[in-house]
Design a protein around this ligand. Sequence first.
Ligand code: SAH
Ligand code: SF4
Ligand code: F3S
Length: 479
Amino acid sequence: MNTMDSEINMSKEAPLEEPGRQYYYIEKAKQYILEKEQEIGRKLTFCVTTFGCQMNARDSEKLRGILLAVGYEETIEDVADFVIYNTCTVRENANTRVYGRLGQLKPRKKQNPHMMIGLCGCMMQEPEVIDKLKKSYSFIDIIFGTHNIYKFAELLCNRFETGKMTVDIWKDTNKIVEDLPNERKYPFKSGVNIMFGCNNFCSYCIVPYVRGRERSRNPEDIIREIERLVADGVSEVMLLGQNVNSYGKNLETPMSFAKLLVEIEKIEGLKRIRFMTSHPKDLSDELIEVMGKSKKICKHLHLPVQSGSSRILEKMNRRYTKESYLTLVEKIRKAVPDISLTTDIIVGFPGETEEDFLETLDIVRKVRYDSAFTFIYSKRTGTPAATMEDQIPADIVKDRFDRLLTEVQTIAAEVCAVHKDQDVEVLVESVSDHDPSMVTGRMSNNLLVHFGGSEELIGSYVNVHLTECKGFYYIGEFQ
Ligand code: SAH
Ligand code: SF4
Ligand code: F3S
């Protein structure tokens, strides 16, 4: 965890510069919490529950870092004094789930006078959501959005001082605050934000509206963070951004994602580099070349296709065609022959005909993905697709979704099976949840293998013989 070097003088006003200002509020919140704990005679506890993507997971680590710094202890949601939901709104069902869970928290808050509820993340960036929460969920204590997560300690102090619901939502920001605490989920691997926001405006997607415009971190800050992580035991990083391939375009001194990777590769002690997500339209030849030569970049590329129909891709504003996507896949496979390719696919986009859908099945058969996340199109208010004509009836979408899933799973099982009898290096991540006498390791291509071994192996790299393919994972033997 990071700390500030200078002493924090609490008798003075809060400093205006960041991150100094937040370290001031961390100290202040610490005192409020200590007083409360002395009053009730026990420790206060928290739980951050994350919905959505890796970006949110990383943000939750930042929240956990601040909560631990101010003196809370971590526990499970069912008993926590402070429950924070870091929300997602990419599809409607993500929102429904949050409202459902909030309904269940309400009676708990009545029983526990020290209980607090915090809401943050993408869903909070929607004005209708805030209106609804203020009107019908007045028992919530703190609400903030995606742009001001770094201010969590300050908001916490505000809540303690006013005793009222604290709401702070920013429409957008060009600010990136570095060097605040964070508490990783895994000691040996970590997500690292390289950029925030998205400028692509795919016509179905709400992310650009809730995460704001694209901002890249300075390469020096990224490198320094990874160096510190490595010194702290991390050997695998996942570089995070909605579209990592457009990294660096808006920096004062522009830098390509490929160049950033070359720099990161030089960090001693770092063994594996992953990244997500890659937008096909910006995947450069330079990047393919770097991937082909790299010793550290993992043999896995998540390359969301969304649809196999060029007509639908145009309506989605994806800015590539079925043909150009297939050409790209060919180029990548040529440069990195053993690469695993995964994707995201949406079915039931407005105007999708049976013919369009057959194009999607066709691209799945042509690419033969190692795995694919398949989604039913969800109408997001404010996006161009929400008002497009010809929204597809639910029964037709369901039928297409089922057909797609069968295809994707059949192919994935076949593709996964080719590794049988290979010897591979894996990073051991956990005790297997199938069997406590086994551990689970992740291969470079992102597949998991369960094999006999004990807890001490967690965090280390070992060689495993892949004995049996179980569809989407392997059973192996420690070499
Ligand atoms: N930035 C990433 C994706 C982020 S959202 C990219 O461009 O690839 C993750 C996935 O959610 C998307 O790839 C898409 O398949 C899906 N998704 C986004 N909006 C959706 C919507 N309105 N309905 C259904 N799926 C959606
Ligand atoms: Fe959404 Fe498209 Fe941006 Fe991905 S690239 S976050 S799908 S708008
Ligand atoms: Fe969801 Fe926000 Fe990620 S909407 S998918 S958590 S960027």
